[in-house]
Design a protein around this ligand. Structure first.
Ligand code: ATP
Length: 331
């Protein structure tokens, strides 16, 4: 068996002059969950579609369990479950008929087919919806059906493109639960999402993509903790009176930045992680007349880390140490 479930080397995909994927390399070990993060248009779907054998790279190679996706697409398709970000369902087809249709297309027959469909419907909690028309489902039910479809042949590797997009909080929790079980079963899961906090909770590693290039590949915890090198520390400041007074003060203090205006104040970033710097900043705010009633440190979250990394790149500066640590930074 190959060392990695997914292995990508120097992958490029150009659409005319547009470099959608621009020299990407990464490995995802068997049995791990990897989050794929990037702004709209970063190249996530394009990369995933190549892995799912639905598109060809302009250059470079991609392998699933050691099998090249271009040379052996049939073998790769047997190994992967693919959940696209948009998927069509057929009118006048019930949930059961839909799964039956795909199970037949996958070559299952007789008792085996019935057993696979039953197992998938139980897992995705679709039994009670078996006779519901597949194009009349809620978004959450639809995503469960799409996940069920991708699991029919019990694939080792799941490639899930934005499975949580458009789901309400409850449906997101349900989906996360299913993904957790699949991970516990030892499947390799490559999942893209814009909801970084959720990815951090369920992923062993995160791949950050920007303009078709990987800018970070590492574990979520090291990113969240951060340090001076990864963008300073964060404080919640609450005031009495006008919450805008915090932002007004920051304008005159360039060593402090407003990350988010809040109802009673703001979330600030102070460039240095030294506690003396925080004490000095608080002292200055109070002396300058900002009526602070609360000032406490907040954990850096994945959104902060992602924005820091993008800021470093756009600013042309060197990537932070924690980013360079990644296997394929800047590849
Ligand atoms: P999102 O989060 O919005 O889904 P993404 O990271 O998945 O974005 P891609 O869909 O991979 O990004 O698109 C990357 C770039 O490639 C975008 O600029 C997109 O417009 C372009 N692109 C994707 N597919 C094609 C295509 N078939 N023809 C031309 N350009 C394309």
């Amino acid at each position: 068996m190959s060392d990695h479930a997914i292995s990508v080397r120097d992958l490029y995909r150009y659409f005319g002059g547009l470099k959608a994927v621009d020299g990407v390399s990464f490995d995802i070990p068997h049995g791990s969950v990897c989050g794929f993060v990037g702004a709209n248009g970063a190249g996530k779907t394009t990369t995933m579609r190549i892995l799912a054998t639905l598109d060809y790279p302009t250059m470079g190679s991609a392998e699933i369990c050691g099998i090249n996706v271009v040379n052996h697409p049939e073998k790769v398709r047997a190994l992967i479950g693919w959940m696209p970000d948009h998927f069509g369902n057929y009118e006048h087809m019930t949930v059961l008929e839909y799964l039956d249709f795909y199970a037949r297309a996958l070559g299952f027959s007789g008792e085996e087919r019935r057993a696979r469909i039953q197992e998938v419907m139980e897992f995705t909690d679709l039994i009670s919806l078996a006779d519901r028309l597949s194009n009349k489902l809620s978004k959450g039910m639809t995503q469960r059906l799409c996940l069920g479809r991708s699991l029919l042949h019990d694939p080792q590797v799941l490639i899930l493109d934005e499975p949580a997009a458009g789901l309400d909080p409850r449906a997101r929790v349900e989906l996360k639960h299913l993904i957790r079980i699949l991970a516990q079963e030892g499947k390799t899961i490559f999942i893209s999402s814009h909801i970084l906090s959720e990815l951090g909770e369920m992923c062993d590693s995160l791949l950050f993509l920007n303009n078709g290039r990987i800018v970070h590949h590492g574990d979520a915890e090291s990113l969240k903790h951060g340090s001076d090198a990864t963008g300073g520390v964060y404080y919640d400041v609450q005031v009495v009176g006008d919450p805008q007074s915090v932002s007004d003060w920051v304008v005159l203090n360039p060593d402090v930045e407003v990350i988010e205006a809040r109802k009673r104040g703001a979330r600030l970033r102070i460039a240095s992680a030294e506690p003396e710097k925080a004490a000095e900043t608080l002292g200055r705010m109070v002396r300058d007349g900002v009526r602070v009633v609360e000032f406490h440190r907040e954990q850096r979250n994945l959104e902060d880390a992602f924005i820091d990394i993008l800021g470093q790149i756009e600013g042309g500066g060197p990537l932070p140490a924690a980013v360079m640590k990644g296997d394929d930074a800047g590849s």
